[in-house]
Design a protein around this ligand. Structure first.
Ligand code: THU
Length: 133
């Protein structure tokens, strides 16, 4: 199984673990870090709706805890007719740890629907370099 297939399988498993009783919209996210390690996350909703978190956030937390700080490639997976691309806040969260050429695979359970770079998803972005004086 190649790395992307493994990421897709981990994202399907993460979707199955999502806690989304309110939206019923399960999302799985998997990061391939520069080290080659893979990290998964799922969305976790809350009765106080704004306190919920996105799948990408969970995957980023797992990555940082695992000792990695550079995202090379990422899978974001959800159901539906429309592409499940990372929300605006998550694009910025990914930006913190990714270069503009990092690939984001927008997927459903069957596989990749569209692959884009972070630079395409979040052009002219603000990042850590802005705070280096
Ligand atoms: N969601 C994600 O986990 N990632 C995204 O990029 C888009 C939205 C989740 C948040 C919420 O639990 C559900 O999908 C519906 O918005």
């Amino acid at each position: 199984m190649d790395t992307l297939d493994k990421m897709l399988q981990m994202a399907r498993d993460a979707m199955d673990r999502a806690y989304a009783p309110y939206s019923k919209f399960s999302v799985g996210a998997v990061i391939k870090a520069k080290s080659g390690k893979l990290y998964a996350g799922c969305n976790v909703e809350n009765a106080s709706y704004p306190a919920g978190s996105c799948a990408e956030q969970g995957a980023i937390s797992a990555m940082v805890l695992g000792g990695d700080t550079e995202i090379q490639e990422m899978v974001v997976m959800g159901n539906g007719e429309n592409l499940v691309s990372p929300c605006g806040s998550c694009r910025q969260r990914i930006r913190e740890f990714a270069k503009s050429d990092a690939t984001i695979h927008i997927c459903d359970r069957n596989g990749v629907r569209k692959s884009m770079t972070l630079g395409e998803l979040l052009p002219v972005s603000f990042g850590p370099e802005n705070l280096k004086f």
